[in-house]
Design a protein around this ligand. Structure first.
Ligand code: FAD
Length: 419
C-alpha cells in the first residue's frame, strides 16, 4: 500500500468546529489549565497514590459528563463519537491538567478489544468500571523472547474444567503494579503454527500466583514491570473470543494501540518546541542569551522544521479520519519522527542549559522536565513497535520492498527454534 495522494484539509468542518467549542467550554468550566513544566510523560508519579487518586477523580468527572469514551458505543457508556472527535478532545485537553494517562491502555486499547470480541457478560462486568476509572488495565503481551514478534508468546494456558491454569512470564508491562485487569495473550496449543495456538484472556491481577516485579528505568521511575504467573487460575468466563483466536483478538488491541499513537502524531506531537524557544530566551550561554548563539539557533530551526513536517504529515491522518477513512502507513512515519524529534529536542534543551543541565527535578529549569525527557525518550523508540519495525512497515507497505522471509509461519510452534 503506497501513501495515497490526499487533499489535506487544515480546517475543522462546521460540525468539528462546533464539537471543539463544546469541548473548550466544558474544559474551561471543569479543568485547571496546565502549569509550565513538570508534567512530563516520563515523570515518576504514575505510581504515586495521590496521582492515581487524582486520575480516578478526573476520569469519573469525565464519565459523568459523557466525555470518558468519546469513540465508544453509547451502550457501553461512551459517546458514540468519531476518531476525529477524540483527537479534537486530546488537542484541547492538552492545555489542561488532565491526568488520564493511566487509563490509556484500558480505554484506548483494551475496551475496544472486549467490545469487539468479548462475551456480553464480560462486557457488562468490566467495561463500565473501566470507563468510570474504577479499574486500571494493563497489557500482558511482551515476553523475554517475544517482543517485536509477540505471536511467539510462550506463556502457557492449560484448560482445567471451567478454568485455565497459566504459567509463564511477561515483561515490560506498563502499570501492572496498579492494574486490576491484565489483557493476557497466552499459548493454549503448542502443536499448531504460532499464530493459531494463542488465546486471549482478561486476568484479574489480584489472583493468587501473579507476581509483579518493578523494573527500574534510567529516569529513576519504575513504570513498567516483569509479571510472573505460577499456576494462576482464570475462569473460562474471562476468555475473550474463541480458543485459538487470540492472535486475531491481539491484532485488534495492537491496531487500537497504533491508532492511539498515530492519533497523538495526528494530535500534532507532544514535543514542546515553543517551550524550547522560551528556554533559549531565558538561559545564558557564554554570557549571552542562548537564543543568540548561532549553533543553538540552527538547532532550533532544524527542530522547528521537523516539528512542522510532522504536523503536516499529521494533518494527512486527520483528513483521512475526518473523511471516515483509516489512516495509512504514514502512522509509522509519524511514530519514527515523534521519537526522533523528542530525543533531539531534549539534547538541544540540555545544550541550552549548559552546566545547569545536570540539575534534577525542582532544582532544574522547568522542574527538570527536559532532563526527564532526555532520559525517557529512548523508550519511545522501542514502545509500540521499535524504529526498525516501523522502517520494515514503511519498506514493505510504502516503498513496496519484498517482505521479510517468515520461515516459521506454517511450523507447529513446538518445532520453532527458540532461545
Ligand atoms: C516504555 C515502554 C512501555 C512498554 N509497555 C508495554 C506494555 O505495557 N505491555 C507489553 O506487552 N509490552 C510493553 N512494552 C514492550 C514493547 O512492546 C517491546 O519492547 C517492543 O515490542 C520490542 O520488543 P523487545 O523489547 O522484545 O525487543 P526485540 O523484539 O527483541 O528487538 C530487539 C532489537 O531487534 C530489532 N528487531 C526485532 N525484530 C526485527 C525485525 N524483524 N527487523 C529488524 N529489526 C528487528 C528491534 O528493533 C530491536 O532493536 C513496552 C516497551 C517500552 C519501551
Amino acid at each position: 500500500m503506497a501513501i495515497a495522494e490526499v487533499d489535506v484539509d487544515f480546517q475543522d468542518t462546521s460540525e468539528e468546529a462546533a464539537f471543539r467549542e463544546e469541548v473548550r467550554e466544558w474544559l474551561k468550566a471543569n479543568a485547571t489549565p496546565r502549569g509550565g513544566g513538570g508534567d512530563s510523560l516520563f515523570s515518576e508519579r504514575d505510581d504515586d497514590a495521590e496521582y492515581l487518586a487524582r486520575s480516578r477523580a478526573w476520569q469519573a468527572k469525565k464519565f459523568d459528563a459523557g466525555w470518558a469514551g468519546i469513540t465508544w458505543p453509547k451502550e457501553y457508556g461512551g459517546r458514540g463519537g468519531t476518531p476525529i472527535q477524540q483527537i479534537i478532545w486530546s488537542q484541547e485537553a492538552a492545555h489542561y491538567d488532565a491526568p488520564d494517562g493511566v487509563f490509556g491502555i484500558g480505554i484506548g486499547m483494551g475496551g475496544p478489544t472486549v467490545i469487539s470480541h468479548g462475551s456480553d457478560e464480560l462486557k457488562a462486568r468490566l467495561l463500565p468500571r473501566l470507563l468510570r476509572g474504577d479499574d486500571i488495565w494493563c497489557q500482558l503481551f511482551s515476553e523475554p523472547g517475544a517482543g517485536s514478534d509477540v505471536s511467539a508468546s510462550r506463556t502457557r494456558a492449560e484448560r482445567d474444567g471451567d478454568e485455565w491454569v497459566v504459567n509463564g512470564q511477561k515483561v515490560w508491562t506498563s502499570g501492572a503494579h496498579y492494574s486490576k485487569w491484565g489483557m493476557l495473550l497466552a499459548r493454549s496449543d503448542f502443536d499448531t503454527p504460532k499464530h493459531r495456538g494463542l488465546t486471549y484472556f482478561m486476568l484479574d491481577m489480584e489472583s493468587p500466583g501473579v507476581e509483579v516485579r518493578p523494573l527500574k528505568q534510567m529516569t529513576g521511575g519504575a513504570n513498567f514491570n516483569e509479571v510472573f504467573f505460577t499456576d494462576v487460575r482464570i475462569p473460562d468466563a474471562n476468555r475473550v473470543d474463541e480458543v485459538g483466536n487470540g492472535w486475531r483478538v491481539a491484532l485488534t488491541t495492537l491496531m487500537n494501540e497504533r491508532m492511539s499513537i498515530g492519533g497523538s502524531a495526528g494530535g500534532l506531537g507532544s514535543t514542546d518546541i515553543e517551550g524550547l524557544i522560551a528556554l533559549a530566551k531565558t538561559q545564558k550561554l557564554n554570557g549571552k542569551p542562548a537564543i543568540e548563539d548561532p549553533v543553538i539557533r540552527q538547532d532550533l530551526m532544524q527542530l522547528y522544521m521537523w516539528a512542522e513536517g510532522l504536523r503536516f504529515t499529521g494533518y494527512k491522518s486527520l483528513t483521512a479520519l475526518s473523511k471516515g477513512q483509516i489512516p495509512g502507513p504514514e502512522g509509522s512515519i509519524g511514530k519514527l519522527a515523534v521519537a526522533r524529534l523528542g530525543t533531539r529536542a531534549a539534547d538541544v534543551a540540555l545544550a541550552i542549559m549548559g552546566g545547569d543541565g545536570m540539575l534534577h527535578r525542582a532544582d532544574a529549569e522547568d522542574h527538570g522536565s527536559w532532563q526527564l525527557s532526555l532520559l525517557g525518550n529512548p523508550a519511545m523508540r522501542i514502545a509500540g513497535g521499535s524504529d526498525e519495525i516501523q522502517r520494515n512497515i514503511i519498506g514493505e507497505r510504502v516503498l513496496g520492498l519484498p517482505g521479510e522471509p517468515r520461515l516459521d509461519k506454517d511450523l507447529a510452534f513446538k518445532d520453532v527454534a527458540s532461545g
